[in-house]
Ligand binder design. Structure first.
Ligand code: GLP
Length: 242
């Protein structure tokens, strides 16, 4: 694992954008695994700037997002599809037909998850997977539990995640209680993984995830077993790392 402690949120974002941009330039038809949350907003803005400066094209890129709320369709402003369009896809030359987010509007969980897993396989797998970190160590929506979930599946969100994400909804009651997410097995199959985290509030979980025991109680800790992981944090989030 390579740990980079960046000076600031802006520095973290730029460095992470550079890792993704380098991959796209080297392999224009690569498969990117993408993430939502507030952490990657800055790096997506940097990728948009790179595109506007004529430095990068997404024309042949294919993308698979980690997760989506069950019950929200893509036009809901809190859906992860909406987030991706708003922060990245609408501003670059990507072919929207090549961008994939689990179908939150599909009520049949088994069908939605199996279709997503099959589509990732058919695309040849994810070349580089971007991940944020939940305060409880979740990645995608893989919440702490007794065993690592393997494939894309439907999860019940924990109270902690519902509360954390309620800041983006009008009230906590509007936050969906379930989500579709890539499994830990799906994430671990990515050929390369890039984790970003910032702020004092992530310092403890960054330490536990990358320097603590590997346990499904801290889902991100499994990344210690992945052969090609880069973790980029700002100074605040990296404060407890030796
Ligand atoms: C959400 C997402 C995760 C994300 C996490 C952290 O629950 N499902 O993919 O990494 O929250 O979000 P933030 O970056 O806003 O701290």
């Amino acid at each position: 694992m390579k740990l980079i402690i960046a000076k600031s949120y802006e520095d973290m974002s730029r460095r992470a954008a550079d890792v993704l941009a380098a991959r796209v330039k080297e392999q224009p038809s690569c498969v990117l695994g993408l993430a939502t949350g507030s952490t990657p907003i800055g790096l997506y803005a940097d990728l948009v700037s790179d595109y506007e400066a004529g430095e990068i094209s997404f024309a042949d890129v294919e993308t698979y997002n980690l997760d989506e709320y069950r019950g929200l369709s893509g036009d809901h402003d809190q859906s992860y599809r909406y987030f991706m369009n708003d922060n990245l896809f609408d501003h670059v030359d990507i072919d929207k037909a090549r961008t994939h987010v689990p179908d939150g509007a599909c009520a049949d969980a088994e069908e939605a998850c199996a279709a997503y897993e099959a589509a990732i396989e058919a695309a040849g797998g994810v070349d580089i997977q971007l991940l944020g970190l939940g305060h409880n160590g979740h990645i995608g929506f893989n919440e702490p539990c007794d065993e690592f979930p393997k494939a894309t599946h439907c999860v019940q969100l924990t109270e902690s995640t519902i509360n954390a994400n309620s800041r983006l909804f009008n009230s906590v009651d509007e936050v969906p209680r379930e989500a579709y997410t890539m499994g830990i097995g799906t994430i671990m199959k990515a050929r390369e993984i890039l984790v970003v985290a910032n702020g004092e509030g992530k310092a403890d979980i960054v330490r536990r995830a990358f320097f603590g025991p590997v346990t499904p109680e801290v889902p991100a800790s499994i990344l210690q077993f992945h052969p090609n992981v880069t973790v980029i944090v700002d100074e605040e989030a990296g404060r407890l790392c030796e």
